[in-house]
Design a binder for this molecule. Structure first.
Ligand code: NAD
Length: 484
């Protein structure tokens, strides 16, 4: 596979603490997933670096909390404008770091980040309490107050968007932040640190500590100076993070793994359904917590859909993320590619029929063919667990009840979707699916105003919408006697 020379050059990363850049003793390699080459290094923060970042965030908190909401909103609007001004640069860095197609970074990641800052700039002006009527002479009211220092821990698959969905509401509400991006994908967080400063975010209000989970992440989880943990990542690490937070009685929001079912009913518009099915499992090279890797098809359409997928899927362009035509880039790292290969091996050993794909792409980089697997038993690990790659399993069903039961039969509950032309069925089934977000007749319709988040092992709490802002504030009641 030939690569374009459009890749940006990125210098070694440092830590961003109290408004200044500083080196860290330890370094981590940053690898271009399309070539497997080390393209730069980033700082690997120690526990002592995390201490400094939390101290900086604590020191900056009173000033930011007391900054009028209107001014905080102005700063967030400037962040949104700067993200769009520098969208090409941000998109290129994100594409290099994660291996996601440049068109996706330019058309989805950068604008979504900007829209998220813009949305919470508007919501900053809506934070308010209530006056209550009490049966004694007192003026009684509630205030919504920020929590203090937020530790934002983010995953590798949408570094820019998932830091924005935490930083924007946290800052809008008057909190300060220490952000730890994923070990593998630290670059856009470093770019954003500069951009936030340029927009007027005061030093110490946002600190970025790149580093590993076991060192920098762990230090943040148990740090006494952290008031809230906003975590997005795997269910296994999330379970641990929630336990540590519980030990320290810190509020947490947990955005964890997913394994969404996509149900195609017999009355679906077939062309529309197939487009949505493909989008749902190849979007972001299948490294999408809200992707749709489990296709459930009414038996009357099962063979037909398998045939269409068998013809259409091999034609999806897999290649250099910097090529404008690419739809599927590499997996973000060697470990992700190996995990996908393992699942395909298990699928074959459990009697799964590989309809198309089923192998890595030979050569450099971490590419895997888009893969469709039919005829697996419902209790197969490949169906039940989160694969997190461009792999679709397909199962037939006979009745609406059976479709819902199969859809709800995994431990996860982040997203779900269905294809039908029957409006009553759309509402009925949407209500019965275990998921924080349900799409009908399309996939991945997302907006900063629409919350997402998990049920069951997909976590708790919501990102986006007023719901997320609520999670970055707490209520205080004030009662003033009117008698003297
Ligand atoms: P991961 O759990 O390996 O890592 C997530 C973050 O946690 C990283 O920053 C990592 O460095 C950190 N971390 C790791 N060990 C830690 C520890 N001991 N203490 C503190 N922090 C630690 O997840 P990942 O592989 O980066 O991301 C993929 C996972 O994230 C998938 O399961 C995916 O479904 C999930 N995800 C969920 C959502 C959502 O909104 N629910 C969104 C995107 C991704």
């Amino acid at each position: 596979m030939t690569m374009t020379d459009a890749r940006p050059k990125v210098g070694p990363g440092q830590l961003y603490v109290a408004g200044d850049w500083r080196p860290a003793g330890e370094r981590m390699d940053v690898v271009d997933p399309a070539t497997g080459d080390v393209v730069t290094t980033a700082a690997a923060a120690t526990a002592s670096d995390v201490d400094d970042a939390v101290a900086a965030a604590r020191a900056a908190f009173p000033g930011w909390r007391d900054t009028p909401a209107r001014e905080r909103a102005r700063v967030l609007r400037r962040v949104a404008a700067l993200v769009m001004d520098r969208a090409d640069e941000i998109a290129a860095v994100e594409s290099l770091d994660v291996g996601k197609p440049i068109t996706l970074c330019r058309n989805v990641d950068a604008p979504t980040a900007a829209e998220t800052y813009e949305y919470y700039a508007a919501l900053a002006l809506t934070i308010e309490g209530a006056q209550r009527s009490v049966p004694f002479p007192a003026h009684a009211y509630t205030r919504r107050e920020p929590l203090g220092v937020v530790a934002a821990i983010t995953p590798f698959n949408f570094p820019l968007i998932l830091s924005s969905t935490k930083l924007a509401p946290a800052l809008a509400a008057g909190n300060t932040v220490v952000h730890k991006p994923a070990d593998e994908t630290p670059l856009s967080a470093l770019l954003m640190a500069d951009l936030l400063a340029e927009a007027g975010v005061p030093g110490g209000v946002v600190n970025v500590v790149t580093g590993t989970g076991p060192v920098a992440g762990e230090a943040l989880l148990s740090h006494p100076g952290v008031d809230k943990i906003a975590f997005t990542g795997s269910t296994a690490v999330g379970r641990h993070a929630a336990a540590v937070a519980g030990e320290h009685l810190k509020p947490v929001t947990m955005e964890l793994g997913g394994n969404a079912a996509h149900i195609v009913f017999e009355d679906a518009d077939l062309a529309q359904a197939v487009d949505a099915v493909i989008k749902a499992f190849v979007f972001n090279t299948g490294q999408f917590c809200m992707g749709g890797p489990r296709l459930l098809v009414h038996r009357s359409r099962y063979q037909g859909i398998l045939e269409i997928l068998g013809q259409a899927v091999p034609g999806i362009p897999v290649g250099d993320p910097f090529d404008e035509a690419t739809v599927i880039g590499p997996m973000a790292g060697a470990r992700h590619l190996e995990k996908v290969e393992d699942y395909v091996r298990v699928a074959r050993s459990e009697g799964g029929r590989v309809v198309t794909g089923g192998a890595r792409v030979p050569g450099h980089g971490f590419f895997h063919q888009p893969t469709v697997i039919a005829d697996l038993p419902a209790d197969s690990r490949v169906v039940r667990e989160e694969i997190f790659g461009p792999v679709l399993t397909v199962q037939p069903f006979d009745t609406e009840d059976e479709a819902v039961e199969l859809a709800n039969s995994t431990a996860y509950g982040l997203a779900a979707g269905l294809q039908t032309r029957d409006v009553a069925r759309a509402h009925r089934v949407a209500a019965r699916l275990d998921a924080g977000i349900v799409w009908v007749n399309d996939w991945a319709m997302l907006d900063p105003s629409m919350p997402f988040g998990g049920v069951k092992s997909s976590g708790f709490g919501r990102e986006n919408g007023p719901e997320a802002l609520h999670d970055y504030t707490r209520t205080k009641s004030v009662l003033i006697s009117l008698e003297h």
